[in-house]
Ligand binder design. Sequence first.
Ligand SMILES: [Zn+2]
Length: 472
Amino acid sequence: MTKPLLALAALSLALPTLATATPPPLTLEAQSDIVLVDDRYAYAFVEGLTTEVGPRQAGTEAEARARAWAVEWLKKNGFTNVAIEPFMMDTWVPGDIARARVTAPFAQDLVVLPLGDSAATPVGGIEAEVVFFRTVDDLRAVPDGSLKGKIAYISHAMSRTQDGSQYGFAGPARWVGAGIAASKGAVATVIKSVGTDNHRNPHTGGTSFPDGVAPIPAGALSLPDAANLERMFARAQGRPVTMRLEMNPRQIGQTESGNVVGEIVGRNPSLPPVLLACHLDSWWNAPGAFDDAAGCGIIIAAARHVASGGRPLRTIRVLLAGAEEVGLFGSTAYSKAHIGEPIAVGLESDFGADRIWRFDSNFRESNPALHKKLAAAVARFGVSSGTDVAGGGADLNIVRDQKGALIDLQQDGTRYFDLHHTPDDTLDKIDPAQLRQNVAVWTQVVGILANESTSIQTGSPIPSAPPIMEGK
Ligand SMILES: [Zn+2]
C-alpha cells in the first residue's frame, strides 16, 4: 500500500504543469525511490496491451492493432514525435492444425506446436520412425543421408538459471536442429520445447534452415510430452517408435510490420539521444505479458518519470520494435533507416518483469567515471556492478552498427523460460513489486544518461554540440 505522503509526491510528478504552485522538482534519487512503491505506467501498459490486444504475431493484423494501441498510449502519456515506421517482411503463420500421435509401440497423442518457419506436412500428416537425439551435437554427428524418411527428435537438458544462460546451451535444439535434420534427409523434426516449466504447453519460437536446404515440418512438444516420448524410447526394447505428425503452417508472402517510436524531446535536441528499446510483437500463442509488454512498459515508464522531474538535456527516444521474434526485422529496419543519426547510448528491456540484479556497460574501461556513477546510483536497489561487456538486446542493432555505448540491466531470468513463448505468458505472472524495481532502476539510469553532456562512451566533451538551450 502506498503511504499518503508518497501518493502526494507521485501526484505532483504526474502533473508537471502545476509545478509553479508546488515545491521544486524532486531529485532523480527521490523520484526513483518513489517509483519503487508507486508507478502508474508500466503495469498499466502491460495490462492494457494484454487485455485490449493480446497475442500479436509479427506481420499480422493483430500486430497492426498493437501498433495503433501503442501509438495512442504514447500520445496520451506525454510523448511527442510518436510515429509508426512501417516496413515489409516475409510472414509465416502457424495454421490451425498441430497434431502429433505416437502410433507404435505405445499409441497416444502428444501435444505439439509448429516452430516459426516450419513447413507444413501433407494433408493427413506424415507417419515415420522417430530417431532420438539427446543433443544437437549428437544429431550433427550422424552421417548425411542417414535420416532419410525419418523424423528426428531432439532433446536437451535445460535448467533454470538466474542469468538465463541455459538458453544459449539448450536453444540450438530449436534454432538449428530442424535445419541440420533436414540436411541429413529427415522428413520432419520434433524437439523437446526449449523451456523449464512442466505444463503441457509447447514453447514455440523461430527455427531456421540453411541456404539450399528445403524447410521441413518442425514442431515442439511440451516438456511433459517430450519426457513421455523419451520414456517410450527407454522401454521400446529395440522396436521402432513411430509418429504421425500433421501441421499446416504456411508462408503468406510479404506483409506490413512496423516500429513504433516516440520521444521525450530534450533541451538540446541536437545532442545524440538516449535510445530505449523493447519489442511489441509476440508469438501467436502467447499474450506476451513478460515477452515483451513488460519491457515496453518499463522503458516508457522510465522515460515518463525522468521527464516528470524536468526536461532532460538529451532527447529520450523509445523504440517499440516490430517483428523481433521472427527474425529481428524491426531492429534491422530501424538501423537501416536511422544509421546516419548517432545514438548516445542504447538500452533494451526484453527479459520479463522480474528484478534487475546486475548492471553492465560497454564503457567500463573507456568512461570509468560514468560507469562508476551509474553503478553507485543503482546499488541501493540491490543491483551489483558487473564486469561483462554489455552487448545490448536484439532491438539495438543500430547501436551495434554504430559501435556505440550500450548498457545491460540484467534481470532475474529464473522464471523466464517457464513462460517464454507459451500461453502461460499472461498478466497474472507479473509481480508488480519486481516490475516497479525495474522501473526505479531504469528511471535512475536513464535520468543520469539523459542529462550527461559529455560523450557517454568516452566522457570527452562533444565539440560539435551547440550551446545548451535552456527552458522549453
Ligand atoms: Zn522478447
